[in-house]
Each structure stands twice: as C-alpha cells, then as structure tokens.
Design a protein around this ligand. Structure first.
Ligand code: NAD
Ligand code: IPM
Ligand code: MN
Length: 352
C-alpha cells in the first residue's frame, strides 16, 4: 500500500513529520511512503507548485498525506504558479470532489473552545464540502470596467451533476450518522445556490429517512456559534465550506485539531482513493519554531488509514491516542498549553 507524502510549506513539513512518525510506529506491514515536493517549496526547486512527477506519485498512490502549502514569498507570482495551485490542482486533477471535515469536541477540551463549555460540548458534526467547482474554478481575471476602473471577476457556477454527486455523499454521510442533513447555500440571492437547492431536494427523495433542512450561509455562520450541537451533517459548496470549517474549528477549540479527507469515486484495493490534510494552512507566522499543533495532520493520517487503506483498527488506535493526549492535558500553544510540535507527537506515540 502506497502513501504519497506531500509536506509542502511553512508548518506543513513540521506537522507531516509527526504524522509520518505515527504511521511508522504502528508497525503495519506493506506500507510504503514516498515523499514529493509541492507548493512554494516545489516552485522554488522546480519552477512549478505541482511538478508532473509529484502529481504522478500522488496518482499512483492509494492515499495522499498532505501538509499545507502557501508561502508569502510567492504571493505576487502569477496565480497559476502560486503554492495554493498545488492543492487546487491535486483536488481537480484527481477528481477529489468530496471534502469531509469532521468537527467534534474532545473530552476534556470543552473549556478550550471559543464558545461556552456547555455549548461546545455538544459539537459533533461533519462538514461535507464540494471541492471541484464553485467560484474557485470559474472563469476569472482582470478587466477594465465601463468607467475605466480596474475590475476583478470570478465566475461562480455549479452544474447539476456536480451538485448531485456531492449531495449523494452528504446524504450517505447522514445515513451513517444521525440522519440529519443541513444544506447551506445563499439561494435568496444566487442562482448557483438556487440550482444547488433544487438538486439537493431531488436527491433527497432517494433518502427518505434523512431529515433535510436548508439554511442560508449567513444564518449558518450564526447558528454555528449559537447552537453548533444542532448540526449533524452540513452539506455545502466550495467557498462556504471553506469558511464555515475554519469557524467550526474554533468552536472545537483550535484550527490545529481539524482533519479532512478529500475523496472521489476511484477505489483502491482496500478502500477509496483520497487526499488527507489538516484544514489549516502553512501558518507562516509560526513556521520553523516547533509551535504548530500536529494533531490535525495526525488525525488526517488516521482518516487515510481508514478510508483509503481499509485499516480501521489502526485508525481507531491513532484517534484514541490523540484523544488521550488531549485528555491528559498535553496541549500546544494554540490551546493555551506549552507543548511543542515534537512533544505532542511524542505524547501520541507514547499512547498508541
Ligand atoms: P493558516 O491556517 O495557515 O493560519 C491561520 C492562523 O492559525 C495563524 O495564526 C496560524 O499560526 C494558526 N495555525 C494554523 N495551523 C496551526 C496549527 N497546526 N497549530 C497552531 N496554530 C495554527 O491560514 P492563513 O494564515 O490564512 O494562511 C497561510 C497560508 O496558508 C496562505 O498562503 C494560505 O493560502 C495557505 N493555506 C493553505 C491551506 C492548504 O494547504 N490546504 C489551507 C489554508 C491556508
Ligand atoms: C483549504 C484552503 C484552500 C482552500 C486554499 C489554500 C486553496 O483554505 O484547504 O481550506 O481554499 O480550499
Ligand atoms: Mn481553508
């Protein structure tokens, strides 16, 4: 079983290192990990954020462990050369259209949420975010407006097949949980969202056991801090899902805790091919200082073991070790503690 390891930029390599140590410590037979450059690091060495060799290593793997990309040095490059194009390119090229971002409060961490403990304690949701469409991938550019002003534009669109396939993922996820799906859109203003809502309603007919609710994104942002425990599965588009999941992370306690799986339809020998990454970025403000919380990446590795390699028991072990680490009070600076990146990794290893 092949894992492609793509550490990337900033804290990416720091947090990925800890996740690789955890996978190694499991002593699983037949696992081969192969590292490849992405992001600003790849641009600086090879002139492209997603070199063809890296894409090939990713394509030939059963699952990809991804750190983070983004480098302030690259912020003025032409867009197609910027580090972020690596993750966007992988998601698109490999048709990884379904992004699962679970958000659940860990026992003992209720008091570390940005919300009151009794509000935070009820959080147990999965955000199902579409990843291959929306305003991210529409026509974009700069032009001159009628009055001579400079103008930027990004076209937002979804076609019905794109909505249908992610809606099925949302409903199936709900069927495996508490059978409640909240579809988040902005149908009161956007035609893209009206189509989204119409298609979700059509797909819902195939899942009569699931209770479907629709919510405008502005209200969803509010409800997420008012009563996050009311959400089970949140189904939404690329942009809204990006924003709401960062917000959900602070309801749980830290952006350093939220993992993700990006899946498509391709099957591996033991599961579904996918890319696994923390929801956070390269955090240039703390990079190179050993301060990053590696738990989101370690939890992403657990998702890889479960979804792409069919190793549910190993995934359970990793998740239990992470939960124990937090319950024992081994906290990074992001959670008000003092433990550094390696120290947190060591704590997880000791509890495996
Ligand atoms: P960010 O997620 O990198 O950081 C936001 C804040 O959270 C920072 O203060 C950072 O120090 C903190 N933080 C993030 N991860 C942490 C961790 N594991 N432990 C402790 N603290 C953590 O978002 P940003 O600052 O908006 O973006 C920085 C760069 O990362 C940008 O170039 C952006 O495009 C990129 N980015 C990449 C990805 C990805 O690779 N998938 C995701 C988000 C942002
Ligand atoms: C994420 C990131 C990416 C996104 C960026 C880096 C392209 O914010 O993975 O959440 O917007 O999808
Ligand atoms: Mn994001």
């Amino acid at each position: 079983m092949k894992i492609a390891v793509l550490p990337g930029d900033g804290i990416g390599p720091e947090v990925t290192r800890e996740a690789v140590r955890v996978i190694e410590a499991l002593g699983l037979p037949d696992i081969e990990m192969k590292e490849a450059p992405v992001g600003g690091a790849a641009y600086k060495a090879y002139g492209h954020p997603l070199p063809a060799e890296t894409l090939e290593i990713a394509r030939l793997s059963d699952g990809i462990l991804f750190g983070a990309v983004g480098d302030p040095d690259c912020d003025s490059l032409e867009r197609h050369l910027r580090p972020e194009q690596a993750i966007l390119g992988l998601r698109k090229e490999l048709t990884l259209f379904a992004n699962l971002r679970p958000a659940k409060v860990f026992a003992g961490l209720e008091g570390h949420s940005a919300l009151r403990p009794e509000v935070a304690g009820a959080i147990d949701m999965v955000i199902v975010r579409e990843l291959n469409g929306d305003v991210y991938f529409g026509e974009k550019g700069f032009r001159t407006a009628a009055n001579g002003d400079r103008e930027g534009y990004d076209v937002m669109s979804y076609n019905e097949s794109e909505v249908r396939r992610i809606a099925h993922v949302g409903f199936r996820t709900a069927m495996g949980r508490n059978k409640r799906l909240c579809s988040v859109d902005k149908a009161n203003v956007l035609e893209t969202s009206q189509l989204w809502r119409d298609v979700v309603i059509e797909v819902a007919k195939e899942y009569p056991e699931v209770t479907l609710e629709h919510m405008y994104v502005d209200n969803a942002a509010m409800q997420l801090v008012r009563a996050p425990g009311k959400f089970d599965v949140v189904l939404t588009g690329n942009l809204f899902g990006d924003i709401l999941s960062d917000q959900a992370s602070m309801c749980v306690g830290s952006i350093g805790l939220l993992a993700s799986a990006s899946l498509g339809e391709r099957q591996t020998a033991h599961g579904t091919f996918g890319l696994y990454e923390p929801i956070h970025g390269s955090a240039p403000d703390i990079a190179g200082q050993g301060l990053a919380n590696p738990l989101a990446t370690i939890l992403s590795a657990a998702m890889l073991l479960r979804h792409s390699l069919g190793l549910a028991t190993a995934a359970d072990r990793v998740e239990a070790a992470v939960a124990k680490t937090l319950a024992d009070g081994v906290l990074g600076r992001d959670l008000g503690g003092t433990a550094g990146t390696t120290e947190i990794g060591d704590a997880v290893l000791a509890r495996l």
